[in-house]
Write a protein that binds this ligand. Structure first.
Ligand code: FE2
Ligand code: FE2
Length: 300
């Protein structure tokens, strides 16, 4: 009988993730004195399995988000916050196909056609997702093209830069870890999250196209499953790099999202209006801080 697979990756100086094929995952701190007796002190070299690889990937995400858990912002959802999120969604998707194709052609040059084919396929699947965010902005009465041309949420910028860098590397395997991070987090969004946003929108307005497709209801779930299978099939060195980048991307994402969520509604409205060069369209009851200040005025 084949032995069950155990995989491990050191993600920070002092924490390794260990995962078993059965789904068991734990965090391991190598103890200084028993280093030579510690089987996880050297890098893994064996094969992966879907069960253990997903344990490493999700373990890396959990570790990345653990640092900010105690200071996690949990604001009430607002239309202004949602418009900011849509602008962020646009920026995290607009260059994805181009970036993934760049990484794919590098793997082609490196004689790794299976990685190139996987990335090409992902590039095809992600094509047009930026348009979904623009359509949602338009549905809310916001000139999406003008907004995104002048505005990228500060917390989203480092994430986009990270992806650009990863895809341009000599050995761009890390871009798979980054994509896993974004897609796995998106796939956690439930129907109730979409309903909450829908409830903010005026009746008859469909502004949740991007959110639906990047949630448990959309294609993200299959993308995540396919990525797990693919990463599990990679050699140990590649799996280590992918898991380490999932952790690094999760750190950047956690900080960035938190930064955005801590902004007051007035601050967000101010930034959006500056980028648009005009007031946001009037949506009945949508902007609470304006209401508090004496009533929102319809944009003329
Ligand atoms: Fe997407
Ligand atoms: Fe996706």
């Amino acid at each position: 009988m084949a032995r069950s697979v155990t995989e491990w990756v050191n993600v920070t100086g002092d924490i390794s993730i260990i995962a078993r094929e059965s789904g068991q995952v734990w965090f391991h701190r190598p103890s200084g004195t028993q280093q030579e007796l510690d089987p996880f002190a050297t890098a893994m070299t064996g094969n992966g399995s879907a069960g253990s690889t997903v344990g490493l990937l999700d373990g890396a995400l959990n570790l990345g988000f653990a640092g900010i858990e105690k200071r996690l912002a949990q604001p009430e959802p607002t239309v202004a916050g949602y418009i900011v999120a849509l602008a962020g969604a646009y920026h995290t998707s607009v260059h994805t196909p181009r970036n993934l194709r760049r990484a794919a052609s590098r793997f082609e040059e490196l004689g790794r056609p299976e990685v190139a084919a996987y990335l090409e396929e992902r590039a095809r699947e992600e094509t047009g997702h930026d348009r979904l965010a623009l359509k949602d902005l338009h549905a809310l009465g916001v000139p999406g093209e003008r907004l995104v041309a002048n505005y990228i949420p500060e917390g989203i910028k480092p994430l986009c830069e990270r992806f650009d860098e990863l895809c341009a590397q000599e050995y761009p395997i890390g871009c798979i870890g980054y994509s896993y991070c974004l897609e796995r987090i998106a796939a956690l969004k439930q129907k109730s999250d979409i309903d909450r946003v829908q409830a903010l929108c005026p009746d008859g307005v469909d502004a949740t196209r991007f959110l639906r497709s990047h949630s448990c209801l959309g294609s993200e779930v299959t993308h995540v499953e396919e990525t797990i299978k693919f990463v599990a099939s990679l050699n140990a060195d590649d799996r280590i790099k992918v898991v380490q980048e999932t952790y690094e991307s999760a750190l950047i994402m956690a900080e960035g999202y938190n930064h955005e969520l801590f902004k007051s509604e007035a601050e967000m409205l101010d930034q959006l209006q500056q980028a648009l060069g005009e007031a946001l369209p009037y949506l009945p009851g949508a902007y609470s801080s304006l209401r508090e200040e004496g009533g929102a005025r319809p944009a003329s």
